[in-house]
Design a binder for this molecule. Structure first.
Ligand SMILES: Nc1ncnc2c1ncn2[C@@H]1O[C@H](COP(=O)(O)OP(=O)(O)OP(=O)(O)O)[C@@H](O)[C@H]1O
Length: 319
């Protein structure tokens, strides 16, 4: 069964001041299918419509037109069933009560989902332990680090054991160690056969975690593709890395047609980015003819595809 099915989804907001007076379409005839057990990335610049989609799927925002279903339940007609099936995790500070302890926060949410008594407490204790927060269970949330709050958010999203999880910018504000732990957690969720819809600006994160990605811009789907195949969208040939490349060969590479860039470092390592398949072939031939033997090729990364299709708007930059 499909986990998330969105067809022709449109969400209009009132026209902005200074605009042409037409409603602003945050989502515009949006189609998306997320299979059960899939980790699906939703990537796009600020204002692309990702949060609007997440909010509609969680039943807290009404669509203007079109349909959205979670595990076959319509978000409008069967909102209760959708809420039981889906957990949402927001990035940043939203959604937790700072003056309450971690345990109190989770008990509150668990009670809202109808848990009580021993079930409630064992579920809360289990989730806190699982998120590595067992020793902070009785600390106020506003005394916790961002990474801890983020793990608490994830515990909150799992409190009613949903089979579909929506993670909206979950690693925002996490340091690299916390972000690494987060990736391990996603792998656990995958092993539990949960479905995850993950919005992020971080291309490396998406590439590492997702089975498929949907690139979004201006409320519309640009493309949905598996992470392993997404590089072929550029259809510009594999990137080449070579070591021990003589200076004369670097100059010759730069003169080849079908080459976007040739970056050479002082130690003779060269990275060639072609803009056509023929560019890859010619560059390889030139390197081999020059006696270079340490050569590797790789398809374009998700980051390059994003840059090619959307540009550099809203992409995370790692320091
Ligand atoms: N309540 C609202 N009223 C009017 N316009 C809104 C409202 N919420 C969102 N929008 C607009 O809808 C568009 C999509 O916003 P949305 O928050 O869904 O984008 P996003 O892809 O999640 O962006 P970000 O990456 O910044 O979170 C934006 O142009 C935004 O300004």
């Amino acid at each position: 069964m499909t986990a998330v099915r969105v067809r022709g989804l449109t969400r209009a907001y009132p026209a902005r001041k200074g605009s042409d007076g037409r409603p602003h379409l945050a989502l515009d005839a949006f189609d998306l299918t997320v299979e059960r057990g899939e980790i699906h990335g939703l990537l796009g610049p600020n204002g692309a419509g990702k949060t609007t989609l997440c909010r509609i799927l969680c039943t807290v925002l009404l669509p203007t037109s079109g349909t959205a279903e979670v595990l076959g339940h319509d978000v409008l007609a069967e909102a209760d069933a959708v809420r039981r099936s889906i957990g949402i995790v927001f990035g940043g500070e939203r959604g937790l009560y700072g003056r309450l302890t971690a345990t109190q926060n989770l008990c509150f949410w668990a009670a809202l989902y109808g848990l009580s008594g021993r079930d409630l407490h064992s579920r809360v204790d289990m989730l806190l332990a699982r998120m590595g927060l067992g020793d902070r269970a009785h600390d106020r949330v506003d005394t916790m680090s961002r990474g801890m709050k983020q793990r608490l958010h994830i515990a909150r999203g799992l409190v009613h054991d949903p089979s579909v999880l929506i993670l909206d910018e979950p690693t925002i504000g996490m340091d690299p160690v916390a972000a690494h732990a987060f990736r391990e957690l996603i792998e656990q969720l995958r092993a539990e056969e949960r479905t995850v819809l993950l919005t992020t600006h971080d291309m490396q994160e998406a590439e590492a975690l997702c089975d498929r990605v949907t690139l979004v811009d201006h409320g519309q789907v640009i493309v949905t593709e598996s992470v392993t195949e997404v590089g072929s969208l550029l259809a510009r040939g594999d990137r080449i890395e070579a070591a021990g490349v003589p200076d004369t060969t670097v100059l010759a590479l730069r003169k080849l047609p079908g080459i976007t860039s040739v970056d050479a470092s002082d130690n003779g390592t060269v990275r060639v980015v072609p803009n056509a398949e023929s560019g890859t072939e010619q560059a390889l031939r030139l390197l081999v003819d020059a006696g270079v033997t340490r050569i590797s090729t790789a398809p374009p990364t998700l980051e390059e595809v994003y840059l090619g299709l959307i540009g550099s708007r809203g992409m995370a930059v790692r320091s």
